[in-house]
Ligand binder design. Sequence first.
Ligand code: SF4
Ligand code: SF4
Ligand code: SF4
Length: 582
Amino acid sequence: MKFINHSMDKCNNCYKCIRACPPKAISIFDSHARIDQDRCISCGECYVACEQGALHIKNVIDHVKEAIASPQKVVVSLSPAFSSAFGVENGEQMVEALKKLGFDVVEEEAVGGDVVAKAYEDYLGSSGKKNIIASTCPSTNYLIEKYHSSLRQYMIPIVSPMIAHGRILRKKYGADSYIVYVGPCLAKKAEAREMQHRGLVKAVLTFVELEDWLKEEGIELESLEGMAFDAVGTHKGRCIPFCIDMEISKKKNFEKNVIAGVDNSEEILRSLENDELEGLFLGIASCDRGCINGTGMPKDDTSYYVRRKRMTDYNRKIKALEEEQKQEQQKEKDLNENQDPLPEVDLSKIIYDQKVELEKYSAEEINETLMVMGKSRKEDQLNCNACGYGTCHAKAESVLRGTSHVNMCLPFMRAKAESLKNVIFDNSPNAIFMVGPDLKVKEFNPSSERIFQIRAEAIKDRDISTIIPSDLFEEVLETRVNLIGRQVEYHQYGVILIVNILYLSKEGILMAIMTDVTSAEKNKKELIRVRENTLNVAQDVIDKQMRVAQEIASLLGETTAETKVTLTKLQNLVVGDRGEER
Ligand code: SF4
Ligand code: SF4
Ligand code: SF4
């Protein structure tokens, strides 16, 4: 049921998707996301969490466009949550927009919701079950089927409003009609592809996709007059399972509980598994705060409360209209008199057994992995959730399962980096120290202590001018231009240093790295002195030779000339070498 794609080039390894994924079905290796479809509950939380746009919904709009271009009748089942997603004045504007896109028929999903609500009420009154769990949210269904399979017995074996409506639409418009569900729910994409429903709802468009398509076509909802729905449901059908009439179930002492969010539902599901509760009618929406916060809602800044207000305003308006019509027509059954009677459809649903067998690891295996993660001691196990696995123990399990890597642990990597940093800082032969914008010394390594003959504790938080002139530091602070490779002699310490002062803009401090070149400079001076001595000796020899040469010029003329040439060469050589050194 793969409907989420991943772009490696956009992934920044932030692991937000893992943190958001309730069953930890997604894993990230080297910027590559992998979703284990057997574990995935199709909630779409990873897609919502990814702010980098590395996770995106597989495009189905092109298939829908092809259907529209074909002779098929293309029919929309529209989720009631559209009012909260788009804030339209009335549903008619949305109907017109959809028809402009090319859809032939637009019906409210609540048409299916009504028949499901009726079937639920019958079931509640007759099932004889200890507890009952609504099966309207596909993601919750997968959660129970995969992770709480002993509770499958409580799930209502009745299809969701989308599927019920799909079956009605197929009967109404023919088996070759192309049915598209449009709503706030990514999980519906998976539900439509379930084996038992395959081929019924041909495409599921989220409101995110619809919004993009409307933009692409330049359709502005608020500028439209509006067109009537081809069929509408009632208030009850719009908010199933929350508006189920509990009067019937009360006879059986059922108490309605509505929960939103997978994490929030875990506690009650565990209590049911432990057989601690009885008489519950449980409606769980897997999305935090319910379908109006669905994972297929437009990713904009609209707050949940604004969305909820839009929805309640719209529902109130529609409900008032319904009441008006009821009064006018006296009888509720006349409400849909303008609509054809609904075809009878089979509402049964198969509750699958998809139990995920969670791997078990021995304490020894876990402890060994924790040790590799640098977390053998209890106090090192921070359970900070930076990696996305909630606890260090769960992270170790995922490492053993092969779905994560030890390096994904932020504190582990930080400790590793810090210990490396400390090794360099403590063992460098260079003086390394930090100076704040107030020119006070912040850090001072052992080589600094040796060179400047002062203990780190004695200089920390004191002005740098306590040990050396502060002019170079002030210059870098003022200009924000790093000073690189300046040779400075600090006579008071008898040292010559190559000074580098770097401005660390993020931290707003200066880092000084100073290399002691005193010995090298001394050696260089000694070499120059030796060469100068040699030069002087050579000059003496030449001078003496010249004097002797003048005296016996006629006798030794040629030999003297050769000696002069040789000695002059030697002299040039020494002078030349010295020149290069300088
Ligand atoms: S949320 Fe997941 S997919 Fe998105 S950037 Fe972060 S690690 Fe990558
Ligand atoms: S869809 Fe839900 S369960 Fe599946 S990988 Fe994403 S967050 Fe996890
Ligand atoms: S809570 Fe609603 S939107 Fe979210 S997965 Fe369930 S049905 Fe879909």
